[in-house]
Write a protein that binds this ligand. Structure first.
Ligand code: ADP
Length: 541
């Protein structure tokens, strides 16, 4: 019965026929399965390849409900693509892992994985077993990582001499939307990390850096604040706009009388009952405000709202208040001011108050927006970056760019070894791996050569994206690296006339590059070892 059959297309556009009701399970098997997985994964890596590097293109992503994102951040592109294919989704996970651990290099890791899979495909076509390839890649990656560590340079990192950090942040921001306010963002990234870093312990407490943003003004209006910024007003226009020596109570309980627990609604049948209720509410507010006042607090931060009655009482008692403060802000404020978050009025005490030297309203940018800035906190390490931009897309992309740059600076504080960008490090590793292959006799030499070829996908993509002839540029840089023994030579994406990436100051932290290599290899090995996907149910696969 042909009505059960439908014609569909696979990833290559080749038609195939799906016959329904052929049992509940469909399977793809063996080598053929591995090959089809590779093709699926490649589609994804091809998409992000064109956004690699300083000349990479931005992507516009449109969500099902019409939200638009403009970005060239690999992790963002990947996370917003609606990918249903199980194997292709692994690449999304890959870029997320790189993002979680390193924060930068999210495009590169996917391009590298795509290239490794491409190479593996060719070896499978030659008749080499996927497991064999997987093991060969594993060994080759060890050679590459070893080479990476050999060629790494140590750069000075300190808060006195910020030049290295500034240069590294600048490289990271160079390909991003914020290049319009390049210096401002560069300095913000460096200052933010140094404010929260413990240079002796090589530790950066990321939690203390908050990157916030709001539409309005322009990128140049972006501000760095040593303290916490709340996008809120005082709850009453007559409350002071600038308070010093601030004792802060943070409340997560609502400023309102407790609700009757047993009924869902309150029946009021007479004026008298209404008066009683009103009096009860008034009394409750008075008690609550008295409890706050008794602690010595002169500012209350509330997670919830409160009505005019309570607001007025607070004002009368000389207590400033801010309402509807979000959970994350509350937590940050608690860390910064040393306050304990108070969930019940009964728990309020002087010991639980936080302290800040100053809380004031600050005007941001040319628009007349005002924010509350909490400064000179008990814990001076909490900082906030408040990003401004003319529309939401720009603010969001600027926040992502800043996040990447902050990660690069943090990575250098953690480990101040760098390798050179523009594909220089990848070419150096490729040369080392290929050289190893020349001294091998077994089948593994094929996997080694393939691995070396895959590494060259990074400089190739960088050259392609910069409008250079990739074959020529790569060949020239490679032969110069060998001849001159200079592993810092890479693709001159910005046409500076110089291929030495140390002189162009295009550096990538060693830990980021190493992570890319390890993660991409790991993912490739995993895909090579999946030879049976069982899809339960009748969903297409
Ligand atoms: P990712 O998301 O992987 O960080 P990017 O789009 O930020 O991707 O591109 C990073 C790549 O671009 C790295 O390989 C880096 O070395 C290279 N790169 C950055 N700036 C330059 C430059 N000025 N010249 C050559 N290569 C550069």
């Amino acid at each position: 019965d042909m009505s059960n059959a439908i014609v569909a297309q696979d990833e290559m556009g080749r038609p195939f026929i799906i016959v329904r009701d052929q049992g509940k399970k469909k399977r793809a098997h063996g080598i053929e399965a591995v090959k089809s997985h590779i093709l699926a994964a490649r589609t994804v890596s091809d998409i992000v390849k064109t956004s690699l590097g300083p000349r990479g293109l931005d992507k516009i992503l449109i969500s099902p409900d019409g939200d638009i994102t403009i970005t060239n951040d690999g992790a963002t592109i990947m996370s917003q693509m609606e990918i249903e294919h199980q194997i292709a989704r692994l690449l999304v996970e890959l870029s997320r892992s790189q993002d979680d651990e390193i924060g930068d290099g999210t495009t590169g890791v996917v391009v590298l994985a795509g290239a490794l899979l491409d190479q593996a495909y060719e070896l499978i076509e030659k008749g080499i077993h996927p497991i064999r390839i997987a093991n060969g890649f594993d060994q080759a990656s060890k050679v590459a990582v070893e080479r990476l560590e050999q060629i790494a340079d140590t750069v000075p990192v300190s808060d006195v001499d910020k030049s290295t950090l500034i240069k590294a942040a600048k490289t990271s921001l160079g390909s991003k939307i914020v290049s319009k306010a390049h210096d401002l963002f560069t300095n913000i990234a460096v200052d933010a990390v140094l404010a929260v870093a413990d240079l002796d312990r090589k530790d950066v407490d990321f939690e203390l850096i908050k990157v916030d943003g709001k539409v309005g003004g322009s990128l140049e209006d972006t501000k760095f604040v040593r303290g916490v910024v709340l996008d809120k007003d005082m709850s009453h226009p007559q409350m002071p706009r600038d308070i010093t020596d601030v004792k802060i109570a943070i409340l997560t309980c609502p400023f309102e009388p407790p609700k009757p627990k047993t009924k869902h609604k309150l029946d009021i049948s007479s004026v008298d009952e209404f008066r009683k209720l009103q009096a009860y509410e008034q009394k409750t507010f008075e008690d609550m405000v008295a409890k706050v006042k008794a602690t010595g607090a002169n500012l209350v931060i509330c997670q919830w709202g409160f009505d005019d009655e309570a607001n007025h009482l607070l004002l009368q008692n000389g207590i400033a208040a801010v309402r509807w403060v979000g959970g994350p802000e509350i937590e940050l404020l608690a860390i910064a001011t040393g306050a304990r978050i108070v969930p019940r009025f009964e728990d309020l005490s002087a010991a639980k108050l936080g302290h800040a030297g100053r809380v004031r309203e600050l005007e941001f940018g040319t628009t007349r927006d005002r924010m509350l800035v909490v400064e000179e906190c008990a814990n001076p390490r909490a900082v906030t970056v408040f990003v401004r931009g003319s529309n939401k897309m720009i603010v969001d992309e600027a926040k992502r760019a800043l996040h990447d740059a902050i990660c690069v600076v943090r990575n250098l504080v953690r480990d101040n070894r760098v390798v050179y960008g523009g594909g220089a490090a990848e070419i150096a590793c490729a040369i080392a791996v290929a050289e190893k292959a020349d001294h091998m006799t077994g089948i593994d030499q094929y996997a080694f050569r393939a691995f070396a070829n895959a590494l060259e996908a990074i400089p190739t993509a960088l050259a392609d994206n910069s409008g250079l002839s990739s074959i020529e540029s790569l060949a020239s840089v490679k032969s110069r690296q060998v001849k001159e023994g200079n592993s810092r030579l890479g693709i001159d994406c910005l046409n500076t006339g110089n291929n030495d990436m140390r002189e162009n100051f295009v550096v990538d932290p060693l830990i980021g590059k190493r992570q890319q290599l390890l993660l991409a290899t790991q993912l490739t090995r995993m895909i090579l070892k999946i030879n049976d996907v069982i899809v339960t149910g009748t969903d297409d696969y």
